[in-house]
Design a protein around this ligand. Sequence first.
Ligand code: NDP
Length: 412
Amino acid sequence: MASVPSRPVAQAHSMTTSDLSALSRPMRLTVLGATGSIGKSTLDLVSRTPEQFEIVALTAQSNAQALAALARQHRAKLAVIGDENCLDALRDALAGTGIRAAAGEAALVEAAEIPADCVMAAIVGAAGLRPTFAAAAQGKRVALANKECLVSAGHVFTAEIKKSGAELLPVDSEHSAAFQALAGADPEAIEKIVLTASGGPFRTWTREALETATPEQALKHPNWSMGAKITIDSATLMNKGLELIEAFHLFPVSHDALDCVVHPQSVVHCLVSYVDGSVLAQLAAPDMRTPIAVALAWPNRMTSPTEKLDLARLGSLTFEAPDESRFPALRVAKAAMRRGDTGPAVLNAANEIAVRAFLDRRIKFLEIAALVEETLDAAERQGAICPASCLDDILAVDDVARRLAEDSLSRY
Ligand code: NDP
C-alpha cells in the first residue's frame, strides 16, 4: 500500500466528538449560499423539521427577492447579500420583519462568524473562501459544499480547521460516501478510495462531437440537478479532478490511493477498498439532500425525502474507466494535484474563467481544458506555483491565475 501521510482532516472520518442531536435546543444553523442549489436543498430539509433548527444567517450574491423569501420563511436573524447594489431591494423585501439586512464581502464574513452550531458553506467558487474560513475559525461544525476551500487552499484550510478544533463534514456526495464508508477505519488499512463519476451528458460522445457541444447541451445533466458551474464541470469531468483534490485533503491517503470510475447510474457514490480485500460502498439515489442530511445530523441520521433505492427495478449498475483523451480536464486536474503547492489554486481559478467563457460562448467545450492547461503552464513559468502559508497567499495566486487565464482567453 502507498504510504499514508498524516493529514489533519483525517478527523473527517475519525470525528466522534460532537453530537449535535444531543443539543437540548434547536441546532443554530447558518447557510452561506442559501439561494443556490445546495442552499435550497438544505433549507428544504430544515423546513421538514423546523422545530429542530434555528436559522441564524442566510446569504446570497444578488438574488435579493429569493433571499428575503427564505429569510422570512425560516425567520432568520440576518440576511446578507454580497452585491451591495442589491441592499435596498433586500431591505425593502424584509421591511417590517425585524430581520437585519446587510451587504458586501465583510458582511458575508460577519454572517459566517455569528455563533452557530453548524455553518453550511455553499457559496460557489473562490468567492466562498473568506466566509468559509471565517466559519471554520468558529471551531464548530462546517458542512462543506464549497469545494474551492479544499481545492485551492487545502493545506491552509485544513490547518485552520485543526487550529480552531472545528469539525469538517463533507457535503459533496462522493466525499460524504467516503466519509461514511471510512467511519472508524485505521488509515493503515485503507488501500484505495474510488470516487464515482456519472460521466455527464457527453459520456458516449465522440471527440469530434464534443468539438461542437453547446452550453445548453452541457447544462443537461442526466442525473443530478445542480448549479450551472458544477454542471459544466461534470460535463468536462473537471469536477472529478476537483473532487480527487478534495479527497486528498480530507482523507489520510496518498495521491496513488485515489482514483475514479465512471458509473452512469450515480447510485454508488464512492468505494473504499481495504487491505483485506473488502470494498465498502455507499449507495443512494442521486439527491443532494442525502449527503446534506448526513452532514447536518452526523453521527445520527435525519429523515430525507430522497427517493428510496429499488435495486430490482434498477436491474444493473455499471462501471467503466474514464476516457482522458475525450475528457482531458481530468488529466489536467490530476497533474495539478500531483504538482501540489498552489497548482490546484491556479487550476481552480483558470477553470472558473474557462467555464464562464464557455457559458458566454467565447470558447468551445474542449477549449475549457486547453485554457486551464495553458494557464497552469504560464503560472509555472512565472513562479506562481509555489508553497502558500495563508489564505492571502492563495488569494494572490488566484488573482494571478485569473489574469493569466484572461490573457490566454484573449487569444482564442
Ligand atoms: P449555485 O450556483 O446553485 O448557488 C451558489 C450560491 O452562492 C447562491 O446562493 C449564490 O447567490 C451564491 N453566490 C454566487 N456567487 C457569489 C459570490 N461572489 N459571493 C457570495 N455568494 C455568491 O451553486 P451550487 O449550490 O450548485 O454549489 C455551491 C457549492 O457547492 C459549489 O462550490 C459546488 O461546487 C458545490 N457542490 C454543489 C453540488 C450540487 O449538487 N449543486 C454538489 C457538490 C458540491 P445568488 O443566488 O444570489 O447568485
